[in-house]
Design a protein around this ligand. Structure first.
Ligand code: GLC
Length: 755
């Protein structure tokens, strides 16, 4: 196959780093707004000030909120469900209260409003920040049309434990990928920012370390030392807040090293305000102020309010402790009115920046024009297509050739499950608008392929009898190919939905085995909210596409991939463990003093009476080894790619240099496709032990069959900085290695030095 060369493509890792801006944060500070805030604050009574800090959920009839809104006792409402309700609540506040201060209406718009995009973990698998930004923009346009001007997203929690159900809601295990995706969402939600009626305030959450919950059990304690916070967990928040201007931050439920985030003044004042210059608004998570009592950190509700306000929390979501106790705390001298004023300033500043004082209402007709519009559905479809990860393709079963398949058997509980397909944290998306794989197959290929459908299982935890499985095998034997769609119901991931066993639920494994026994080509799609332990299932399928709950347009996107309209390009945003016992497992781990060699004697090869010794022992599991099933950044294609001629522009760099690493990427197969090229770096010796690899840049590169292209990553040496032994962030001179490859486990190290 003759390789063609095209012009060198220069990719700047700096611009890819987060894309918000390479200049310092474009300040939203406006002296005119500050004057308005001071003028308004000077007119407010103590009760009206306290009212601004009070956020209530509107699950009940709006009229029941009329009185609290007229009295100025509420600053924000979450879960107002229609534009009409939003306008009604706003009228009570703006037209019927003494000072007419508008409320801010908020909602968990996590991966789309009406048009549902793949869950954030799936969006991360695209390694396409521009597309993720489009998705957030679509969500903002649809949600602001319903009167929602504040979303509790992006979730920036690094997650290294797939037992934790909320791994679905973030961007995975890597700080750089999470930083880039969080920045994209922040930009998308806030659009043109101040003055933009479709600007929906972003909320960088959950601040901080929530994803490190011990045992993968939600809300559990975390124990992250400051240095690890600063090197791994804080960077996505810093980017979103400092360089992308996220307007709000939400405190996390967890206590870290014994200090609940909602009462952590080091976090909320020193880091967020003093170091990052944040002048936005801090809200608690739902009742997390009240939960200080359960933490054993507050003696009672008044103490909880005192601790939260003193730590720097501006608004109290649904604990009512601010509303019920701040007046008395001020009277008793336990907090000052100045502290309250500072919180109210941050709340009023948010409302001025959103233009709510000038335009508090929304046109109820707007929703009908923007919800599910073609542009949004197209973006959701492309996101679902790019988020699917091809993990296996034995015998090149995929893509299906429609001219050779006369009869396709479709089976499994998720082949036609519109609600489950949308995934966790879907409050407003409608199953009636979801296009499932079965519907898309019938729509697109029903005229030339006989599509048989026999789910066998009604939902992912359902079980089947041997007779039902035997019947499936028999039916599959009469088809030319079998498509199995299994995975997780939406409720099995998300908040408080953590699992100790990550195997496919119910009889899904048996269903895959039954399909395999037919002897026909089998392709499997897994829709899930997390990486499942599927090592034992691989033998029961030829091809495996992993679709992290792909949303409204998941069906058409997956069918396009099944039939080769496009080639899969997704990469794993999290490590896939062999077994749950390997967890926590992530690619960017430290080497340890006894790194596994990969040649260790496993349990199955350990003789009875084996001699005891510790010499030569390394860090691995006797019964599960050391390596995961799939590493971070992994994904196959319908073609093959080759990386070669990798070269650095220099061998040694100064701290203010930019590393230019060029390479040739070739599509050595017979199909056009996209590769996500990744750049990893290792700092060989540091003032602290450093990870064996860290992702520092990536790029999606489209290549036609046979095409080859020279590509260049530009990586500022400054991006190698880390918080060292002395708790200072700097680039430490010395020896480094870098890799350019298609995943975190491939490629050869290339040495360079920083002087
Ligand atoms: C939930 C979640 C948080 C969400 C909030 C409002 O408990 O922890 O992410 O934004 O409450 O629904």
């Amino acid at each position: 196959m003759k390789l063609k060369f095209s012009l060198l493509t220069a990719l700047s890792a700096a611009l890819l780093a987060a894309g918000c801006s390479t200049s310092p944060r474009s300040s939203q500070y406006d002296p005119e707004t500050e004057k308005k805030i001071e003028n308004l604050l000077g007119q407010m009574t103590l009760e009206e000030k306290i009212g601004q800090t009070n956020q209530l959920s509107c699950y009940f009839v709006p009229e029941e909120m009329a009185q609290v809104l007229r009295s100025g006792a509420v600053g924000s409402v979450l879960n107002a469900l229609t534009p009409e309700v939003a306008n009604q609540l706003q009228r009570y506040a703006v037209e019927e209260s003494r000072l007419g201060i508008p409320i801010i209406i908020s909602r968990d718009v996590i991966h789309g409003y009406k048009t549902v995009f793949p869950i954030p973990l799936g969006q991360a698998a695209t390694f396409d920040p521009e597309l993720v930004e489009q998705g957030a923009r679509a969500a903002a346009v649809e949600a602001t049309a319903a009167g929602i001007r504040w979303t509790f997203s992006p979730m920036l929690d690094i997650a290294r434990d797939p037992r934790w159900g909320r791994i679905a809601e973030g961007s995975g295990e890597d700080p750089y990928l999470t930083t880039v995706m969080g920045a994209a969402m922040t930009r998308g939600y806030q659009g043109n920012g101040i003055g933009d009626p479709t600007c929906m305030a972003a909320c960088a959450k959950h601040f901080v370390g929530y994803g490190a919950a011990e045992g993968g059990r939600d809300y559990n304690s975390t124990n992250i030392p400051e240095r690890l916070l600063r090197n791994v967990y804080l960077p996505p928040f810093e980017e979103s807040v400092r360089n992308c201007g996220a307007m709000t931050v939400m405190t996390s439920f967890n206590d870290n090293d014994g200090v609940p985030s909602t009462a952590n003044s080091w976090l909320l004042k020193q880091v967020l305000r003093d170091e990052w210059g944040f002048d936005g608004m801090v809200v608690t998570d739902w009742n997390s102020a009240g939960e200080l009592i359960a933490h054993g950190f507050a003696a009672d509700e008044a103490d909880a309010a005192r601790l939260s306000l003193t730590a720097g929390v501006d608004m109290d979501m649904m604990s009512h402790t601010y509303f019920n106790h701040i007046a008395d705390l001020i009277r008793d001298g336990k907090v000052s009115e100045k502290q309250l004023d500072d919180a109210v300033r941050n709340i009023l500043r948010l409302k001025f920046r959103l233009g709510l004082f000038d335009n508090p209402y929304v046109d109820p007709e707007l929703s009908t024009r923007v919800n599910y519009c073609e542009e949004h559905l197209a973006a959701a479809r492309r996101c679902a297509l790019e988020s699917a990860v091809l993990l296996q393709n034995e015998n090149r079963v995929l893509p299906f050739d429609p001219s050779k398949i006369k009869r396709l058997l479709v089976t499994g509980p998720l082949a036609d499950a519109p609600y489950e397909q949308m995934g966790t944290w879907t409050f407003d998306g409608e199953a009636s608008h979801t296009v499932t794989p079965l519907a898309a197959l019938r729509e697109t290929y029903g005229d030339r392929i006989q599509i048989d459908y026999e789910p066998v299982l009604a939902y992912s935890r359902d079980t089947a009898t041997p007779a039902e499985l035997a019947a499936l095998t028999a039916r599959a034997a009469r088809a030319d190919a079998v498509l199995v769609v299994v995975g997780e119901e939406a409720i099995l991931s998300g908040e408080a939905h953590c699992l100790g066993d990550l195997n496919l639920q119910g009889s899904q494994r048996e269903l895959m085995a039954a399909a395999r026994r037919s002897g026909k080509p089998v392709a499997t799609i897994i829709m899930a909210g997390r990486p499942l332990t599927i090592a034992e299932d691989l033998k029961n399928t030829d091809a495996l596409l992993y679709a992290f709950h792909p949303g409204t347009m998941g069906g058409p996107a997956l069918v396009d991939l099944l039939f080769g309209v496009a080639s899969p390009s997704g990469k794993t945003p999290v490590t896939f463990p062999m077994v749950v016992g390997q967890i926590p497992i992530h690619y960017n781990h430290n080497m340890t003093g006894r790194p596994a060699a990969g040649t260790e004697t496993l349990l199955k090869d350990t003789p009875v009476g084996a001699g005891q010794t510790s010499l030569g022992c390394t860090s691995f599991l006797l019964d599960a080894g050391f390596h995961p099933l799939y590493p971070f950044g992994y994904g196959l294609s319908y073609t093959t790619f080759e990386y070669d001629e990798i070269a650095l522009d220099k061998q040694e760099y100064a701290a203010d240099d930019t590393i230019r690493v060029s390479f040739r990427l070739s599509n050595t197969g017979d199909r056009d496709a996209t590769e996500v090229a990744q750049l990893y770096v290792r700092d060989l010796v540091g003032s602290i032990s450093r990870p064996v690899k860290e992702l520092k840049a990536f790029a999606r590169i489209d290549l036609k069959a046979g095409e080859s292209r020279r590509v260049e990553f530009e990586l500022p040496v400054g991006q190698l900085a880390f918080w060292g032994l002395d708790m200072q962030k700097r680039v430490e001179p010395g020896a480094f290695q870098l890799w350019v490859a298609g995943d975190s486990n491939s490629g050869e190290p290339i040495p360079f030095n920083v002087k």
